[in-house]
Design a protein around this ligand. Structure first.
Ligand SMILES: [Cu+2]
Length: 118
């Protein structure tokens, strides 16, 4: 979480120092929670951001421990929230990679993991 969120923070700070000061859409929190462990494969992943998103340019992909994509493809975006349905993908480490365009026209991206299983 810390390391993956560093790059957009740095670019935002650069923009702040150059005078183009607008907040970008950063990941606020997610369900399953970033770095957390859940007992069963979730039916969907939901991400909440610090800004409203542009649905047409915001995507999220989820891969299971074997590296197979388990997301249903099309993300659902509502205000600052983005969700995607998941197919059953077994246990292990899931990787969530997101890229969003916020209403301030800036793109940010990042990734995090969560664990499924015992
Ligand atoms: Cu921005």
């Amino acid at each position: 979480m810390r390391r993956s969120s560093l790059v957009p923070i740095i670019s935002c700070l650069l923009l702040l120092t150059t005078g183009a000061a607008r907040a970008h859409a950063f990941l606020d929190h997610a369900e399953p929670r970033v770095g957390n462990k859940v007992s069963a494969p979730p039916r969907e992943v939901t991400l909440w951001f610090t800004q409203k998103l542009e649905a047409a340019f915001s995507t999220v992909t989820v891969t299971n421990a074997a590296g197979q994509r388990v997301d249903a493809g099309k993300a659902r975006v509502s205000d600052n929230r983005m969700s995607v349905s998941l197919r059953p993908g077994g246990s292990g480490t899931y990787h969530v990679t997101w890229r969003v365009l916020s209403v301030d026209t800036h793109t940010t991206d990042g990734s995090f993991t969560f664990e499924v299983g015992q």
